[in-house]
Design a protein around this ligand. Structure first.
Ligand SMILES: [Cu+2]
Length: 278
C-alpha cells in the first residue's frame, strides 16, 4: 500500500500535469471565444477578464477532479473489507499551508486585478452610479436609457431632449449612457457592446462605451422586472456620424408634437413631479 505521502505527491503531480495540458487550451482556444466578443474595447476587456478568471480557476478545478478520480480509483474498498477510515489529514502542515497559500494568493490577485481592470476601463461597461470613480477624458455623448415595464426608451439631451423608441448611437464617439427607471428595477444590457447597468428608479447610473465599428447589437433587460420581463428586448444600432445626424433629425420631426408633454430633461425620470431630480 502507498503511504499518505506518496498519495499526496501523486495527486500533486497529476494536478500539475493536468493543468499544464489544459492551460494552453484555455488561453488559446477557449479564451478568445469567451463572451461577449470583441466589438468594443470594453467588451474585449471582458473577454480578457473572463480568460484570466478561467486561467486562475483551472488548477483548482483540475485538483478537485484529480482528487475525485484518484479517490474513486485508489481508495476504493475491496470485497470483504470493512468500513475503514483513511489516514487523517488534520494537522498535516504541508497540505494546510499549500491550500492556504494558493487560495489566498488567488483571491488577493483577483481583488487587485479586478479593481485595476475596473479603473482602467472606466467601469468596464458596468454602471458606476451617478458619479463614477473613473471617467473617460474628452467630450462625452450622453444618451439617457429609461427602463419601464416592459420596454426601454432613449432620450437624447443634446438633441432637444427627444425621446425615441429605438437606440441609435454614432460610431467612434465616447458614449455616456445614463440609465434610470420609471418603475421597477430593470437592467440595461447591450450584449455586444459589453455594457450592463442597473436601471433603478430615482437613480442616474452612468456607463461608458465607445464602439469602433458600425453594427447592430442586442439589448435585453437583465433584471427580473415583472410579468413580461422576458419580452423586454430590443435591437440597437451603431451608425456613422452622418447617418446619426440624419436619423436624429427625423426623430426630432417625428416626435416634435409629443415633446411638449415630456418633463424637462433631468438625470432621473419620474412621471410624478415630486420624485423628479433637477
Ligand atoms: Cu425590465
Amino acid at each position: 500500500m502507498w503511504s499518505s505521502r506518496s498519495h499526496g505527491q501523486r495527486i500533486a503531480a497529476l494536478t500539475i500535469i493536468g493543468t499544464a495540458i489544459l492551460l494552453p487550451i484555455v488561453v488559446f482556444v477557449v479564451g478568445p471565444n469567451m463572451p461577449p466578443g470583441k466589438t468594443t474595447p470594453v467588451a474585449a476587456g471582458q473577454v480578457r477578464d473572463n480568460t484570466v478568471l478561467l486561467v486562475v480557476m483551472t488548477p483548482f478545478t483540475v485538483f478537485i477532479l484529480v482528487f475525485l478520480g484518484y479517490a474513486l480509483a485508489v481508495f476504493r474498498a475491496g470485497k470483504g473489507d470493512g468500513l475503514v477510515d483513511g489516514a487523517p489529514l488534520r494537522g498535516h502542515f504541508r497540505a494546510q499551508l499549500a491550500w492556504l497559500v494558493s487560495t489566498t494568493v488567488a483571491v488577493l490577485f483577483l481583488a487587485i486585478f479586478g479593481t485595476a481592470e475596473l479603473l482602467a476601463d472606466n467601469g468596464a461597461g458596468g454602471g458606476g452610479g451617478p458619479n463614477p470613480v473613473a471617467k473617460p477624458s474628452g467630450p462625452l455623448f450622453p444618451v439617457q436609457v429609461i427602463g419601464q415595464q416592459w420596454e426601454f426608451t432613449y432620450r437624447y439631451p443634446t438633441y432637444g431632449g427627444v425621446e425615441t423608441a429605438q437606440l441609435v448611437i454614432p460610431v467612434d464617439r465616447p458614449i455616456a449612457f445614463h440609465v434610470t427607471s420609471l418603475d421597477a428595477i430593470h437592467s440595461f444590457w447591450a450584449y455586444q457592446l459589453g455594457v450592463k447597468a442597473d436601471a433603478n428608479p430615482g437613480t442616474d447610473n452612468v456607463a461608458y462605451v465607445t464602439v469602433k465599428k458600425t453594427q447592430s447589437f442586442s439589448i435585453r433587460c437583465a433584471e427580473l422586472c415583472g410579468l413580461w420581463h422576458g419580452y423586454m428586448y430590443d435591437t440597437g444600432k451603431v451608425v456613422s456620424g452622418s447617418q446619426f445626424t440624419s436619423w436624429i433629425g427625423q426623430q426630432r420631426k417625428l416626435y416634435a408634437g409629443s415633446l411638449k408633454y415630456l418633463p424637462p430633461y433631468a438625470t432621473t425620470y419620474a412621471p410624478d413631479p415630486q420624485f423628479r431630480a433637477g
